[in-house]
Design a protein around this ligand. Structure first.
Ligand code: GLC
Length: 440
């Protein structure tokens, strides 16, 4: 049985805290109704009515190599794709169900192709696996928090065998951890309280499940949603009493934690904010409210400056295409990352006050000042004196930036300033990054 070990833990999270930026992919039958991945639940769609999407699903344009190139060019270092979402549809060739992509018109193991394509581009690969399953007859229906038939007493739970469902869940996770090569991440989703039963921890037979996953996939990272959801606390690692099913990282959803995430004892936690580009995880045809690339670049910087990762979501459509808006945003992010990635990868909190003009990330003895706006006069480097600074450079060009020597700063003898030159317009309209190398 797996038990937490601090040394092994610190080793296995290393790549993750270096990577900082990943792609989340929510894809499945719900792309056809195109109203988000919860459509079956929110619209109370009965199973037989939902099956029309299973009969129809044929993503003729699916080319995960394209997706992988898009992720890599955006500067993403890992990806997490839905192997099974709450609707229970399996995007992989499970031997435990007929409700799977290999039984649709496309006849393809979509997960295997995704894993092959993203590994080929050098990205770490993860799978999202829903603990909820609205297709399986042994999963609670009536009275459940979210099941599509939760309001209909005709779907009572008398004859449902939850243990049989858990055997199915564990069996599928075993399939994924056995038949698809090395996995770097398992992203379970999500735990919650049902009126008569807390759906969390050992309710999922969590210790047994995690022990199996870690035995089959040594070094794999697992999120904390065997214990919590995107809210409701951060789990037992946060508590300082890690259960066998503890998450390796916290996964705040649709929010950047205002002050990062410290555990109960005040130590930095490993965390990853998962964020949609528009307002839906799954494809939503009418949701054109996409966050601009300029905003998402600053959110990535914000996550890193607070010691966390950003997992940015795409929701491909029913033909297997990532929406054009998402592709354009990823290309713009990639242009910025191509010049400034050293201020992101392997960086974290600066341990300094956030400046008015932007944010600071840090890697060892190097600070990266992210300038979202220019200052009037020389740039104040709060917390630093002239004698602390060895050299300054624009990250994007490598050009030297001199310390400010003008009389203007004479009232601030104990504060270092950078002279950004005469042009009030910064070299990058979104985030101009200044590298400040500290002495010693
Ligand atoms: C929530 C949603 C789920 C989505 C997940 C991503 O749990 O229920 O649809 O996959 O967030 O974090």
């Amino acid at each position: 049985m797996y038990q937490f070990d601090r040394k092994s833990y610190e080793e296995r999270v290393q790549w993750f805290t270096q990577a900082r930026f990943g792609m989340f992919i929510h894809w499945g039958l719900y792309a056809i109704p195109a109203r988000g991945e919860w459509v079956r639940s929110t619209e109370r769609i009965p199973k037989d009515a939902y099956m029309r999407y299973f009969e129809e699903f044929d993503p003729v344009d699916y080319d995960p190599k394209k997706w992988a190139r898009l992720a890599k060019e955006a500067g993403m270092k890992y990806a997490v794709m839905t192997a099974k979402h709450h609707d229970g549809f399996c995007l992989f060739d499970s031997q435990l169900t007929d409700f799977k992509s290999t039984n649709t018109a496309c006849g393809r193991d979509l997960i295997r192709e995704y894993l092959d394509a993203f590994r080929a581009e050098g990205l770490k690969v993860g799978l999202y696996y829903s603990l909820l399953d609205w297709y399986h007859e042994d999963y609670p229906h009536y009275g459940d928090l979210a099941h599509p038939m939760r309001d209909d007493p005709a779907y009572s739970n008398e004859n449902r065998n939850f243990d049989r469902y858990l055997d199915y869940l564990h069996g599928q996770v075993r399939e994924l951890c056995t038949n698809y090569g090395k996995l770097d991440l398992m992203w379970f989703d999500f735990s919650y309280d049902n009126p008569d039963m807390p759906m969390k921890g050992e309710t999922w037979r969590g210790s047994e499940l995690v022990s199996m996953v870690r035995e089959l996939q040594p070094g794999i990272l697992i999120d904390n949603r065997l214990e919590v959801s995107g809210e409701g606390g951060y789990g037992s690692l946060w508590e300082g009493d890690p259960k066998p099913y503890h998450g390796d990282f916290a996964c705040p959803e649709q929010i950047v934690p205002p002050t990062g995430i410290l555990d109960k004892a005040g130590n930095d936690m490993v965390w990853e904010a998962c964020v949609t580009m528009n307002n839906n995880w799954g494809y939503a045809a009418n949701d054109h409210f996409f966050k601009p690339a300029s905003m998402l670049i600053k959110k990535l910087v914000e996550c890193v400056s607070k010691g966390g990762n950003l997992l940015l979501n795409v929701g491909p459509d029913a033909r297997g295409n990532i929406p054009e808006e998402s592709q354009a945003i990823l290309r713009d992010i990639g242009h910025w990352m191509a010049k400034n990635h050293q201020s992101i990868y392997g960086c974290g909190k600066a341990g300094m006050e956030k400046p008015d003009f932007g944010r600071i990330t840090r890697k060892g003895n190097t600070l990266y000042y992210h300038l979202f706006e220019n200052t009037v006069g020389p740039l104040p480097l709060l917390g630093l004196r002239d004698e602390d600074v060895d050299a300054m450079r624009w990250v994007a060009t490598g050009a030297e930036v001199p310390p400010a020597g003008t009389w203007i700063r004479s009232n601030y003898p104990d504060l270092a300033f950078a002279d950004l030159g005469p042009d009030p317009v910064l070299p990058d309209p979104v985030d101009a990054v200044l590298e400040v190398r500290l002495k010693g």
